[in-house]
Design a binder for this molecule. Structure first.
Ligand code: IMP
Length: 416
């Protein structure tokens, strides 16, 4: 571990290399205790990572997976869009379990607010798209796209705005009023301004002292604090560089994370790309290495590939090395964390996508190892074929695999 930490340096980003749900939370959880600040840069409520608090499982969407580590500052950056009732709910869940995260929570004043009506607009837009084209994006319906639309159109509301009118209901009502008219005219959605106002006032009450200037994170950098950046969603869902339009509305790459946090690009000392040993996707869009039928079902069952909140089955397929190579180059990955290796334990043959042309993947077939790797913690004890699989990834992407997940448990990880 010490060697890994030294190679990471003080500012590390953990970035998904595929279409999300790679299991970034576990690497974050493992590394968090060695950092001072755990930060989320972009995106809104994600599909959810499970945090076990006092033996009870909770699904979190906004707070980073490293939030439970005592004494760590948790920073939500300017690039984020935050649904305040969800944040309050997560804070309350932790409080009931005896963890008071509020004193160590910092919310950038530049982060935007996701209102309930953004969720409604998300739903209406998906419906209209489906009606007109027969297809959808398959969004999470959490209002992410509409909140970023407002941000870009400069009709959004930021956490910092609460400072100027947070205490005044009249000022808030005025601000919400004209937005309600606009959203109603554009999308026909009804905005319950009273309810939205109540949400804002509740959040203001609890979090007024936790909303900090955008440059606070730069002060952390100056003070030589170690900063762990938890990427949200993943590279192929990036608004600029992903599989548009089947992407999220934020910048999910390492560069996007630095922009979202307000840190200079050169401050990043390392980037851990996280990829499953196979691949999954939720929502619509291309997936050249997708496998349906019996094999897809087997991967789904063995990998437990169902949404943490929705229970929605994920599409499953084989690893695409050309995508990993792209993610490595785009993010400047210095390390890989390959997760869920043990899901492949029973495969006799493991096809790996190595190139894509006209939406079709070309595969190379590797031999499976057909023996359990679950819970292994030492690379040398992995079956030879599993070692070969890892070396194959390293050879093609020119990035070393530093972490290998061998099961869902915290300890089930090989650190090289
Ligand atoms: P949105 O971010 O809700 O607008 O969804 C846009 C696309 O990103 C859809 O295909 C979603 O399924 C996908 N997506 C958004 N968040 C996550 C996530 O946390 N994990 C995996 N896919 C996600």
């Amino acid at each position: 571990m010490q060697q890994l930490l030294e190679s990471l340096g003080p500012v590390t980003a953990v970035i998904g290399a595929q279409w999300g749900d790679e299991g970034k939370g576990k690497a974050i959880d493992l590394l968090a205790e060695h950092f001072d600040v755990i930060a989320r840069a972009c995106g809104g409520a994600n599909a959810g990572h499970t945090i076990v608090v006092q033996g009870k499982k909770h699904v979190f969407h906004l707070l980073p997976a490293g939030s439970l580590h005592e004494n760590k500052t948790v920073f939500l950056g300017s690039g984020m869009v935050i649904h305040l009732p969800t944040l309050l709910e997560e804070i309350e869940t932790l409080r009931q379990a005896g963890v008071d995260i509020v004193p160590r929570l910092r919310l950038s004043e530049g982060a935007h607010i996701v209102f309930d009506y953004h969720k409604d607009i998300d739903g209406v837009t998906e419906e209209r798209r489906a009606k007109a084209t027969g297809g959808k994006i398959g969004t999470t319906k959490r209002g992410i796209g509409p909140a970023y639309t407002d941000k870009a159109a400069r009709t959004g509301m930021r956490l910092g705005d609460l400072k100027s009118f947070g205490a005044s209901s009249a000022a808030l009502r005025k601000e919400l009023g004209w937005r309600a008219k606009l959203a109603n005219a554009q999308f026909g959605v009804f905005i319950d301004t009273k309810k939205e106002e109540q949400h804002l006032l509740q959040a203001w009450e609890l979090l007024r002292d936790r909303i900090v200037p955008m440059r606070t994170i730069l002060d952390d950098l100056d003070k030589k604090k170690r900063i762990l950046i938890e990427g949200a969603q993943a590279t192929l869902l990036d608004l600029d560089h992903g599989t548009y339009p089947f992407v999220t509305s934020s910048f999910t790459t390492a560069a996007g994370a630095m922009q979202g946090l307000g840190l200079p690009p050169r401050a990043l000392t390392s980037c851990i790309g996280v990829a499953k040993a196979y691949c999954t996707r939720v929502g619509e869009g291309i997936f050249p290495t997708e496998v349906e039928g019996e094999t897809g079902d087997r991967l789904r069952e063995r990998g437990g590939e169902y949404g943490a909140t929705t229970g929605r089955p994920r599409r499953c397929g084989w690893l695409a090395l050309d995508d990993l190579d792209y993610a490595a180059r785009l993010n400047g990955c210095t390390h890989w964390n390959i997760t869920k290796l043990d899901v492949l334990d029973e495969e006799a043959e493991i096809p790996v996508g190595v190139a894509t042309e006209n939406g079709k993947a070309t595969f190379e077939k590797l031999s499976g190892w057909k023996s359990p790797t679950r819970g292994m913690r030492d690379f040398a004890t992995l079956p030879a074929k599993a070692q070969e699989f890892i070396r194959f990834i390293e050879g093609r992407t020119k990035v070393p695999v530093a972490l290998i997940g061998t099961g869902p448990g915290r300890e089930e990880m090989i650190i090289r």
